[in-house]
Design a protein around this ligand. Structure first.
Ligand code: NAD
Ligand code: UD1
Length: 342
């Protein structure tokens, strides 16, 4: 791609990373993907090709493997920025396998930072999560809210990674942590979407797989929370909007002339929606049948959380464009496409 700035995208074969690769290409960047395919396969890489017409520049390997990363930096660089999506993300699994989660999520970050330092790459965009706040005292939550003790080892890895980044930024790194709220939806083309391996933990893939007949019924985890309809409240954000904020963050960092930067942004719509509202919106907008029952609360779930996105709106000049209806329609179109291809 000639002189387009090269961006290393770790975890670029996964859900959010692959959507970001498409937006990066559209904005004139040259993304280089690193992924060990531990939580994905090549389906989304094929989707990137179908949407953009370009074969993604993909290197299979592990972010904890220093020799592999060194090779990628040497042969594919120089990179103007690293976007670090690669991590394990299942809250429940992290409780079963805490060592694996710390080893992978924190280990990958440390190795990557060492390799960046050796190659003089400074700009870094990190996939953080609203889970760093735990159950915040004030909602909507802004970036100044304190980190409560993490509810899970997964949450702890995100808190630790942010702390590591904050500590090391003084030695020359320029870092933005993006604290995602709840990404949902799929690419409007239906060439790409969420593709969990095994039984989905997250709400929307469970819904689409149930409506598609792959699961018997959805269980709504609790209707006795202190919320208007009793179910949990989240800030659901379309994955393409989320992908777009990465491009905005890249431009923002490039314009910032400071040598050391550490900044964090909440990335959400600013609107809370309950699980039952989302379920009903899915049924109404897609017309699909969705059998569901109310079950007990899921341990570790926070009651309600949604973003105050004022900072990301003003500093990065970004705001969410897609609605929850759009996201659910796109997720359903993607699920149907998957069904046809199997
Ligand atoms: P995903 O599982 O679809 O993608 C992650 C990708 O990273 C996968 O393709 C996996 O194979 C790869 N990977 C994992 N460990 C690796 C390693 N050591 N080396 C190389 N590749 C590795 O997940 P996603 O939803 O796209 O999430 C991306 C990032 O965003 C993660 O850091 C996640 O914690 C964070 N995040 C996700 C959500 C969400 O609900 N999806 C919310 C907040 C934050
Ligand atoms: C959590 C984290 C998020 C993290 C993500 C990774 C919080 C607030 N958010 O999202 O930062 O990155 O996990 O996976 O900690 N639900 C059902 N039935 C289901 C599945 C889910 O009712 O079958 C409900 C859950 O109880 C929850 C909501 O749907 O209230 C969303 O759940 P999910 O999609 O798993 O995401 P979070 O747990 O909010």
């Amino acid at each position: 791609m000639g002189n387009s700035p090269k961006i290393l995208v770790t975890g670029g074969a996964g859900y959010i990373g692959a959507h970001t690769v498409v937006e990066l290409m559209a904005a004139g960047y040259d993304p280089v993907i690193v992924d060990n395919l531990s939580a994905s396969d090549k389906t989304l890489l094929a989707g990137i090709h179908q949407i953009t017409g370009k074969v993604p520049n993909f290197h299979q390997g592990d972010c904890r493997d220093k020799a592999f990363l060194n090779f990628v930096f040497k042969t594919q660089g120089p990179f103007s920025c690293v976007m670090h999506f690669a991590a394990f993300k299942s809250v429940g699994e992290s409780v079963q396998k805490p060592l694996l989660y710390h080893q992978n999520n924190v280990g990958s970050l440390l190795t990557l930072l060492e390799v960046m330092e050796e190659h003089g790459v400074k700009d870094f965009i990190f996939s953080s999560s609203c889970t760093v706040y735990g159950q915040p005292d004030n909602i909507p939550v802004d970036e100044r809210a304190p980190f409560k003790r993490a509810e899970s080892p997964y949450g702890a890895t995100k808190q630790l990674c942010e702390r590591i980044l904050e500590d090391v930024h003084t030695t020359g790194f320029r870092v933005i942590s993006l604290r995602y709220f709840n990404p949902i939806g799929a690419h409007p083309s239906a060439f790409m979407g969420e593709l969990p391996i095994g039984v989905p933990n997250n709400l929307v893939p469970f819904i689409t797989q149930t409506a598609a007949g792959l699961r018997k019924k959805l269980t709504v985890f609790g209707n006795d929370y202190n919320t208007p309809d009793g179910s949990c409240i989240r800030d659901f954000i379309h994955v393409v909007d989320l992908a777009d904020v990465h491009v905005k963050a890249l431009v923002y960092l490039a314009k910032d002339s400071r040598k050391n930067v550490y900044d964090a942004f909440n990335v959400g719509t600013g609107k809370g929606a309950s699980v039952l509202e989302l379920v009903n919106t899915f049924i109404r907008t897609t017309g699909a049948a969705l059998p569901f029952v109310i079950g007990p609360r899921r341990p570790g779930d926070v009651e309600k959380v949604y973003a105050d996105p004022t900072k990301v709106n003003s500093a990065l000049k970004w705001s969410a464009k897609y609605s929850m209806e759009d996201a659910l329609k796109h997720a359903w179109a993607w699920e149907q496409k998957l069904l046809k291809s199997h």
